[in-house]
Write a protein that binds this ligand. Structure first.
Ligand code: SAH
Ligand code: SF4
Length: 411
């Protein structure tokens, strides 16, 4: 059923956008979100034999581990270089560390990677990894090379499943099993780099194949904020992987109180999964909207630091045939975005088995895009990549689940 944008109160977004958030309320809300995230904490980063994974520790934590085994804290700097700049996983291949020390480290620690249980490469070059962690949980990560340039984005996951249940998203059908730890998040990027042999980390100004990170895989990153933030800080550290914050885009379905914190602390690029211009429709397809309605979401976007023409907020809009793709909705979107440095990413809906929607027609997408462009908003249509390997947005883990079901049926 088509919804009319008429029930958005005229000017409501503009009025709310000028109001500062109630700091105490937001603080309480943030504390609740973090407490809930802790209930889904990942298992400790320790192997069955007691050795600890050094990946995912902050520099200070790494130094503390060295002190705990009677070593100087400066060892942390050396290790950081080997782990995150050189990409070395074997202590015996760290020549600046003396042999006895290498042996001592190997007795107590590992430099871990998630295990890639399946790697598939699409005819368009997209590569999808199914990664398994120590407790057997799995997520998918996708590398999307740029078709005409020497660069590409790694789309990483932050949760196994998702507590939210956006109606068009396959991950939304999988209940949240647990959050990923910092090591498990940064490990996806490092393992993808292993797959392309892109170590040591290329210096500033040198081309990188794996040049960008989009936090757009499985899960809601702002419902696993601490681990995601820790992983991003590691990735951005200048003496390691050294990816600029401008090359990282975090996508949220609109966890308003955490958007403020993300902006203040990480200040990476922000993408917001909008998908509807009325609260009535958004309540239905992005149920989180019932908690944080469009006006509050837009106000949080306006507060996001550094929003400028050079660094626009991306609004993601999945095109669902006959549901959210009318010209009237495009006009309403232009109105909602007024004054905000933004671009709109139109995502043709990627179907999955049992999904309740159809992809908008090419004509509807074009007409929608034209209205946005006329309103001053660049609105690229995201080309589905890796469809042949079910690597497109919202399809992650559909295939691995199907294979598991078939195997279970056969058993
Ligand atoms: N949880 C975060 C990030 C992961 S989803 C979020 O919702 O933003 C990444 C993007 O893919 C989101 O914009 C999401 O709405 C979109 N998406 C999900 N399922 C999709 C599908 N089946 N087809 C197209 N895009 C989809
Ligand atoms: Fe979760 Fe994002 Fe999928 Fe919504 S679109 S169910 S928030 S992963």
């Amino acid at each position: 059923m088509r919804r009319s944008p008429a029930n958005v109160r005229p000017g409501a977004a503009d009025i709310v956008s000028q109001a500062a958030p109630d700091t105490d309320l937001s603080e309480g809300e943030r504390a609740r979100i973090l407490a809930k995230a802790a209930l889904f904490a990942p298992p400790p980063a320790t192997l069955a034999d007691g050795r600890r994974d050094l990946v995912g520790l902050t520099r200070d934590e790494l130094a503390a581990e060295m002190v705990a085994i009677g070593e100087q804290p400066f060892r942390a700097k050396q290790l950081w270089h080997w782990i995150y700049h050189q990409g070395v996983t074997d202590f015996s291949r760290m020549p600046s560390i003396a042999k006895p020390m290498q042996a001592k480290l190997a007795e107590r620690f590992v430099v871990g990677r998630p295990e890639a249980t399946t790697v598939q490469t699409s005819t368009d070059g997209t590569r999808k990894f199914l990664f398994r962690y120590r407790d057997g949980q799995e997520v998918e990560t996708v590398y999307i090379p740029s078709p005409d340039e020497d660069r590409g984005a790694v789309c990483i996951s932050t949760q196994v499943g998702c507590t939210l249940s956006c109606k068009f998203c396959h991950t939304g059908t999988q209940k949240l099993v647990r959050n990923l730890g910092a090591a498990e998040i940064v490990g996806q990027f490092m393992a993808a780099r292993d797959s392309y042999g892109e170590w040591p980390s290329p210096k500033d100004g040198t081309a990188r194949h794996l040049s960008n990170i989009v936090v757009m895989g499985m899960g809601e990153p702002l419902y696993n904020y601490e681990n995601t933030a820790k992983a991003m800080r590691i990735v951005m550290d200048n003496e390691g992987i050294a990816l600029s914050r401008r090359r990282i885009t975090l996508s949220t379905s609109g966890v308003v109180p955490m958007m403020d914190r993300c902006g203040a602390e990480l200040n990476v690029n922000l993408a917001v999964s909008l998908h509807a211009v009325t609260n009535e429709l958004r309540n239905e397809i992005v149920p989180l909207n019932r908690k944080y309605p469009i006006e509050e979401l837009m106000a949080a976007c306006r507060r996001y630091p550094g929003a400028s023409n050079a660094r626009r907020i991306t609004f993601e809009y999945v095109m669902l045939r006959g549901v959210n793709d009318s010209p009237a909705e495009a006009h309403e979107l232009v109105r909602l975005l007024k004054g905000l440095p933004a671009k709109v990413n139109l995502i043709p809906f990627n179907p999955w088995p049992g999904s309740p929607y159809k992809t908008s027609t090419g004509e509807a997408v074009r007409a929608f895009a034209e209205i946005l462009e006329a309103g001053g908003y660049s609105s690229p249509v995201r080309r589905p990549r890796g469809r042949d390997i079910s690597a497109a947005c919202g399809q992650l883990k559909t295939e691995s689940e199907r294979v598991r079901r078939v195997k279970a049926d056969a058993a």
